[in-house]
Design a protein around this ligand. Structure first.
Ligand SMILES: NC(=O)c1ccc[n+]([C@@H]2O[C@H](COP(=O)([O-])OP(=O)(O)OC[C@H]3O[C@@H](n4cnc5c(N)ncnc54)[C@H](O)[C@@H]3O)[C@@H](O)[C@H]2O)c1
Length: 390
């Protein structure tokens, strides 16, 4: 479906593709495009914050096109559960959804993932479009076919692949993001620079040091860099099970910290992007311990993490044991043979240069080494190291 006043970039993931339409102040263009779907009903999967902030901007125009069922829950990763998925599916059927209905994933990566699994299951698959409202969703999760919800033991344990019909982004919606959330997506964009597109590192350092991150031109530059970096990888590996695993840089310890902090502080805990940035600090130090990454390269990781306001130490209240318990059940273990005392991780031997093979950029790392590095980043240990260095 077209969106006249917006820019468009095709997203090619293996043998599927879909258009990514984006612009500034373009809700009317988005609504015009949605009108072309000939939907008998829209199922809007969102969260209560997004609904309160931007619901009317979308819903008023949407209701003029077809009946709308709003499936909203309190914000937070806890939404990505089997219980909430079942609740939404039952409500969709009770509301009269059919195979001609269209699911709109309206919000960040959390409602986006829940919407993706819902769209894949409802009548064995109905059409879905993304209308992302966070930087994480706009610059990362919608450029993926992966859709998953969490088990009680870990993140993204139940899921599937789903090709959306299209993505429609109005960067004006990102303006209401709290600073922490805005920067969360920029952590993922930074990951793309470090692991895939090192040519963009200088511009990223400059933007983070003295740029206006909410200016439309900054957001559009970040979006275009993210689209280029991510699709450069996923075009060859749509399922992110081979070369695309480079996108998991920072995610092994990052996911563990995100999950532990979520249990401790709920939605107030570290954001997904912040957790991934912290995971990259751990991965960089492990690579340095293994002698493949230089101290200067680790320092660039640190500079970017500091500029993004990401945690430089393990968030207070989380123990190394808790982190390691989740690292042990990380879902990358299935991609290669690893012993019971090893983790499977993405490590860099230089910016844009992963260890392992181009087709499988993963290596096994002794859990002991992961534990030592994480322990060295406990708040007290980090303070002590600074004092010794001073
Ligand atoms: N499928 C993938 O490939 C993929 C990739 C990256 C992340 N993810 C998933 O995405 C999730 C994280 O996404 P997220 O960071 O967008 O989280 P999120 O969806 O929870 O959004 C974060 C917070 O921002 C609020 N918010 C959303 N839009 C807003 C706006 N415009 N203004 C003000 N507040 C707004 C939300 O209500 C929420 O409180 C994780 O569950 C992660 O696993 C998936």
């Amino acid at each position: 479906m077209t969106a006249a006043g917006m820019r468009m970039r095709p997203i090619r993931l293996g043998d599927v593709s879909y258009p990514y339409h984006y612009g500034h102040d373009c809700i009317d263009d988005i609504l015009a495009a949605l009108g072309e779907y000939d939907a008998d009903r829209f199922l809007v999967v969102t969260d209560d914050n997004v609904l309160a902030l931007h619901g009317e901007a979308l819903l008023e125009g949407l209701r003029a096109l077809a009946p709308v069922e709003v499936l909203s829950l309190p914000a937070g990763d806890g939404m990505k559960s089997l219980g909430h998925l079942a609740g939404h599916l039952e409500r969709a059927v009770a509301a009269g959804a059919t195979r001609r209905s269209v699911v709109i994933a309206f919000g960040g990566g959390v409602p986006g993932n829940l919407a993706g699994v819902l769209a894949a299951l409802l009548y064995r698959g109905v059409r879905m479009v993304h209308v992302p409202t966070t930087t994480v969703a706009a610059m990362d999760s919608v450029i993926s076919l992966k859709q998953a919800i969490n088990s009680s033991r870990g993140k993204n344990h139940f899921g599937t692949y789903l090709t959306p019909q299209a993505v429609y982004l109005d960067v004006a919606l990102l303006r209401t993001l709290p600073d922490k959330q805005l920067r969360s997506g920029l952590c993922e964009a930074t990951k793309n620079c470090l692991a895939i597109a090192p040519h963009a590192i200088p511009a990223m350092r400059k933007l983070l040091a003295d740029g206006d991150l909410t200016a439309p031109e900054s957001l559009l530059w970040l979006l275009e860099e993210s689209l280029a970096a991510k699709t450069g990888v996923t075009a060859k590996d749509a399922r992110e099970q081979g070369s695309g695993l480079i996108l998991e840089y920072g995610h092994t310890v990052g996911h563990a910290v995100e999950l532990c902090d979520q249990k401790l502080r709920g939605a107030q805990g570290v954001s997904h992007g912040e957790a991934v940035m912290f995971g990259m600090l751990v991965a960089a130090r492990i690579a340095a311990e293994l002698g493949v990454l230089t101290a200067d390269e680790v320092a660039v990781h640190d500079e970017l993490a500091r500029a993004l306001g990401a945690p430089l130490t393990v968030p207070a209240g989380i123990t190394v044991d808790e982190i390691m318990a989740t690292v042990r059940s990380d879902n990358k273990r299935g991609y290669m043979t690893a012993g019971p005392d090893e983790a499977v991780m993405v490590l860099l031997r230089g910016f844009g240069e992963p260890l392992g093979s181009p087709d499988l950029p993963l290596v096994t790392v002794p859990l002991r080494l992961v534990e030592d590095v994480v322990s060295g980043l406990l708040p007290a240990a980090a303070r002590l190291a600074e004092e010794v260095a001073a």
